[in-house]
Design a protein around this ligand. Structure first.
Ligand SMILES: [Zn+2]
Length: 317
C-alpha cells in the first residue's frame, strides 16, 4: 500500500442556478463510499446575471454556501467558463472574462474551493501572449488581495497547440503571478509535451518545485485519455482510449518521487457512448486503484496509431 495521501476525484456536476440537492447528495455519497477526495464543480456555460434560456447563471451566495456545506469532506475546485480569455485584445471579451473570473473566485470561496481552473485562451499575439497573460493574472491577484478572496486562479496547460500555453509557459506565468496552474496531463501530451518518458516528467516535477509555492496547497492535475493530432487535442476519451496517454507512467513517477502528497488529481475522462456518473466514477477509480495498489509501470510503448484515430472526425477548432 502507498504511504502517501493521494487526493483523487472527478468532474462532479455543473455548478449553476439549476443544480439540485439531489444531484449533489448523490455525488457526495458516492465519492464518500469510494473514498474519493476531490470534486471539481463545472461553471462551463454559466452566464453573468440571470439565466438566459437554457444557459444557467451562477448560484446565489446562500445557495453556494449550502452547496459547500454538502461538500465539506472533499477538496473542492471550480472549472471556469469557456468564454474566459486572458489573451484577447478585445475590450468586451476582456471585461466579460474579468467579470467571470471574479465571480468564479467569489463562488469558490463560498463553496470552499481552493482554486478556479480555466483555459487562458488562444495565442493571438505570438510572442507577446505570455506577457499579456502574466499581466492579467497579476491584475486578478491584486483584485483577490483587495477583496480578501482566498481561492486562487489556476490557468490550465492547453490541449491545442494554438492555445496558451505549454507546460513551461503556464508554470512560469503562474509562478511569477503567485497563483496555481492546472497541469492537464492529457493536454500536455496532446500538444507534444515531453511526457512520454520518465526524464521528461522528472524535469517537469523539478520545474514545479522551483516555481510554484505548494506549501499550503496542492497542485491541480487533470487526467484523462485524449485523441490528438498534429494540432493537439481533438477530444477527451477514456484513460485507455484515444492516443494512448502515458497515465500509468505518470502516476508511477509521481509515486516514486513522493509527489502524490503535493497534487490533487481530477479525472476528466469522456466517452462518446457514456458520460454518466457510473462512467466517471469508473474512470476516477482506475486512477485511485493504480495508486492505492502501489503499482509502478514505467514502460511506455507509444501505440501504433489505431484505425479509429485516423477515422476519428476532426473537430472544428
Ligand atoms: Zn482539463
Amino acid at each position: 500500500m502507498s504511504s502517501s495521501f493521494a487526493v483523487v476525484g472527478m468532474a462532479a456536476f455543473p455548478l449553476n442556478t439549476f443544480v439540485s440537492d439531489m444531484v449533489i447528495q448523490e455525488v457526495a455519497a458516492r465519492l464518500r463510499s469510494e473514498n474519493l477526495k476531490a470534486a471539481e464543480l463545472l461553471c462551463l456555460s454559466n452566464v453573468l446575471g440571470n439565466p438566459r434560456g437554457s444557459l444557467p447563471g451562477y448560484p446565489s451566495k446562500e445557495r453556494a454556501k449550502s452547496i459547500g456545506n454538502q461538500l465539506q469532506d472533499f477538496q473542492v475546485s471550480i472549472h471556469g467558463p469557456y468564454v474566459i480569455s486572458l489573451t484577447s485584445t478585445e475590450k468586451g471579451v476582456l471585461r466579460t472574462s474579468r467579470a467571470h473570473m471574479t465571480r468564479c473566485l467569489r463562488v469558490a470561496d463560498l463553496v470552499g474551493a481552493t482554486h478556479v481552473t480555466f483555459h487562458a485562451g488562444s495565442r493571438q499575439l505570438k510572442s507577446a501572449t505570455k506577457d499579456l497573460v502574466l499581466q492579467r493574472l497579476k491584475e486578478i491577484m491584486v483584485k483577490i488581495e483587495n477583496d480578501e478572496i482566498s481561492a486562487l486562479p489556476a490557468p490550465e496547460v492547453a490541449g491545442k497547440v494554438a492555445g496558451f500555453g505549454s507546460f513551461e509557459e503556464v508554470c512560469e506565468v503562474a509562478g511569477a503571478a503567485g497563483c496555481l496552474f492546472c497541469w492537464d496531463f492529457a493536454h500536455d501530451f496532446a500538444r507534444g509535451g515531453d511526457v512520454t518518458n520518465e526524464a521528461g516528467i522528472l524535469r517537469r516535477l523539478e520545474l514545479i518545485d522551483d516555481t510554484i509555492d505548494l506549501s499550503r496547497r496542492r497542485l491541480p492535475i487533470h487526467l484523462s485519455g485524449i485523441f490528438a493530432n498534429r494540432r493537439g487535442e481533438v477530444s477527451h476519451t477514456p484513460l485507455n482510449g484515444g492516443s494512448n496517454v502515458p497515465w500509468k507512467l505518470f502516476l508511477s513517477v509521481l509515486q516514486e518521487q513522493r509527489f502524490l502528497d503535493k497534487v490533487s488529481i481530477v479525472c476528466e475522462s469522456k466517452s462518446d457512448e457514456r458520460n454518466g456518473l457510473d462512467f466517471r466514477f469508473e474512470q476516477a477509480l482506475l486512477i485511485k486503484e493504480f495508486i492505492d495498489n502501489g503499482r509502478i509501470e514505467k514502460e511506455y510503448h507509444p501505440s501504433r496509431p489505431s484505425l479509429t484515430r485516423f477515422f476519428k472526425k476532426e473537430e472544428v477548432d
